[in-house]
Write a protein that binds this ligand. Sequence first.
Ligand SMILES: O=C(O)CCC(=O)C(=O)O
Ligand SMILES: [Fe+2]
Length: 372
Amino acid sequence: MATETITQTASPAQIDSLEFPNLPPFPSNVPIAPLHRLSLSKLRRDATESERLFSASKDLGFFYLDLRQDAEGERLLDEADKLFGLGPQLYDLGREELQKYDYKSLGSYMGYKGFGSAIVDEQGNLDRNEFYNIPKDDFLGISKTPFAHPRLLYDNAPLIQDYMRHAHALVSLILDHLNTHLHLPPHTLTSLHRQTEISGDQIRIVKSPPQPPSDLKTALGKHTDFGSITILFNRIGGLQILPPPSLTPPGREPEWTYVKPLQGHCIVNLGDAMVKFTNGLLRSNIHRVVSPPGEQASETRYSLVYFARPEDEVVLKRLEGSDVIPPLQEGQEEEGMNSKEWIKLQAMRLRNTQRMTPEERKKLWEESGRGT
Ligand SMILES: O=C(O)CCC(=O)C(=O)O
Ligand SMILES: [Fe+2]
């Protein structure tokens, strides 16, 4: 089986040379998540690399992808760099200004989410980040009724559009590899993720300011991503994953481990839609964001995410036509929600916190099923 030949994760020696210059170092004494490090250029020509992608998608649902030495990869790195430059400018507009673009009251998760407005844990604590969701449909001219966004984003529309197209092309390549290993009819997965159709695809730019050292809290609560494939660029640490028992040393309990940001790489992770399409064969792993480790804690942390979700009308259930995807068990019921309903439910359920008491927040967390 492919998984047996694939044991190489990113070893410390390999990844030390990939530290970001001009930032405080990522500490060497914190537990590091067991992500495989794949290469985009190899993925294009090497069947073994493709096997590794499939294994990583089943075992952990998270991997690094080296984008260097590949023309399209280098272009995406360059655009991601530029979007990192846009982050501070966006948040310099100020919370009051950005609040005008919070569309929660219209039932949408697109636009701005203010600092401290979502519940992050069973104690009912509130988050320590703000983020802006830039909808693909608004920027690629697909929305019938686009939301208004800050002028700064329209001024940077060409960059945003290029990045959306190129991140989506990478998602399609990953979906095609998965499609092959799942023995699905050709193009099954990409035909559920056409960029020209209405979907919840978005760029997210997250800002987490340094926290008071005496009061460190989770910045972004633990979750699995709701969509299909997430392309993530990190520079400062803080992202953590809780590996499954299968990747935890025998006799030890799974513990939260940091994903170390690597220059020239993005982090790819799978979301719930891929789990539902494959009846649990592929994995969407739990992750969260905490205060950056070591000396990095004094930095403002920005991160850049591209979420690819299935088209709005796609029903999230086991895909037909594969002899690799496990069959439904007798009596196993699928929820059968469509992508639009699922994403909205998951994205909004912990955000309606205004005027809630701590007790009410605790209860809402409990009801969300995200556990302790
Ligand atoms: O900021 C990060 O590194 C991760 C963000 C994340 O998990 C999310 O926005 O879903
Ligand atoms: Fe996430």
